[in-house]
Write a protein that binds this ligand. Structure first.
Ligand code: NAD
Ligand code: DAU
Length: 336
């Protein structure tokens, strides 16, 4: 039985991971440590909250005493570190919390893993650590890191710390660097859910700059299947890029959402650009495909249709976020 500390499991990718893995496997026990920041939402996990192989702890990865207590109490064998401040625009407005959670928090998890000894530490990183591409080429695992936003810099620092802990102390670290995710439970500050929700509400769709920035999109389930494979079979000390070869200009995504929802392109509003905006991301995933046999299962067209339909059907989920009501859920459930 793998006893896995999943951090940030109430966020978008982490909650999808927990829902997926508890549905498909019996050989895992999950301890979900999440601070429940604005981005953490226990409503993402209502299907598993009473699962016998799951427990939730509200707490901060920067709290070293709590982290040590969890490792000891649950005899943690594996860590998957999803916890992070994840939004680039917020990091531009204020970088300190990004440094605290993404760098210091990862460092505390690594120190604790070193102290107790574990089988594997999966650090969930991002393609943004590589910086920005011109019109040609792709990021490979050997591409030098050149992070451009405070968010990306904090993730790159965490990666370097993780690799240093492997090199110096033999902590069994593996890193994944994935491209832009989309799917159910994504917080509505990110491009795709923002576009869907604004369209449904007949509100303007803000497009930064000329709208010709390129992102490489992957469905969250495909990303999580890669994380699972890396957890089981990823080679210690290695970095694996994860992406589904789906480059799209932002404006293409905007038009696709409007078309699928039958809304007018008059809702498009070009707004002031993000400072330091990376022009293009494109990720080369040959290594994980060749070494671990990973392949994405979902096409962009089908998974986007499913995602849009999910937001249509789950209006209550995002309306509670927009109203701030979701923040009270933990208190109502556990602290009454
Ligand atoms: P998210 O913002 O939706 O969720 C982050 C979660 O971490 C939240 O539940 C939050 O409460 C929790 N958290 C934040 N600070 C914490 C702390 N100090 N202690 C404990 N928990 C804390 O993020 P996401 O989009 O699900 O991203 C998850 C991970 O994947 C991040 O590490 C991110 O860098 C990485 N990533 C994201 C994408 C993407 O497109 N969203 C792509 C590649 C990599
Ligand atoms: O590449 C992986 C990264 O993808 C992750 O590491 C980050 O955690 C995740 O937030 C995401 O970062 P991006 O900055 O690429 O995602 P975001 O959804 O914020 O923006 C996607 C693109 O859309 C980007 O070019 C900026 C643009 N954009 C975004 C918003 C929110 C707009 O044009 N308008 C908007 O309102």
């Amino acid at each position: 039985m793998k006893k896995i500390l999943v951090t940030g499991g109430a966020g978008f990718i982490g909650s999808n991971f927990i829902n997926y893995i508890l549905k498909t496997r019996k050989d895992v026990f999950i301890v979900n440590l999440d601070k429940l920041t604005y981005a953490g939402n226990l409503k993402n996990l209502t299907g598993v909250e009473n699962h016998p192989n799951y427990t939730f702890i509200k707490g901060d990865i920067v709290n070293d005493e709590l982290v040590r207590y969890i490792f000891q109490k649950y005899r943690i064998t594996h860590v998957i570190n999803f916890a992070a401040e994840s939004h680039v625009d917020r990091s531009i407005l204020g970088s300190e919390i990004f440094f605290r959670t993404n760098v210091l928090g990862t460092n505390i998890l690594l120190e604790t893993a070193k102290y107790f000894g574990i089988e594997k530490f999966v650090q969930i990183s991002t393609d943004e650590v590589y910086g920005s591409l011109g019109p040609e080429g792709q990021f490979e695992e050997t591409t030098p890191l050149q992070p451009n936003s405070p968010y990306a810099a904090s993730k790159a620092a965490a990666d370097m710390m993780a690799l240093a802990f492997h090199h110096t102390y033999g902590v069994p670290v593996v890193i994944t660097r994935c491209s832009n995710n989309y799917g159910q439970y994504q917080f509505p500050e990110k491009l795709i859910p923002l576009l869907i929700i604004n369209s449904l509400n007949d509100q303007k769709l803000p497009v930064y700059g000329d709208g010709l920035y390129v992102r490489d999109w992957i469905y969250v389930i495909d990303h999580n299947k890669a994380v699972e494979l890396v957890l089981d079979e990823g080679k210690i000390g290695e970095v694996y890029n994860v992406g589904a070869n789906t480059e799209k200009r932002n404006i293409e995504i905007v038009k696709l959402v409007l078309k699928q929802l039958g809304k007018s392109e008059e809702l498009i509003e070009f707004v002031k650009d993000r400072p330091g905006h990376d022009r293009r991301y494109a990720i080369n995933s040959k290594k994980i495909k060749k070494q671990l046999g990973w392949e994405p299962d979902y096409s962009f067209e089908n998974a986007m249709r499913d995602t849009i339909n999910w937001y249509i059907k789950n209006e209550k989920w995002w309306k509670e976020i927009i109203s701030g009501e979701y923040i009270n859920y933990y208190k109502l459930q556990y602290q009454a």
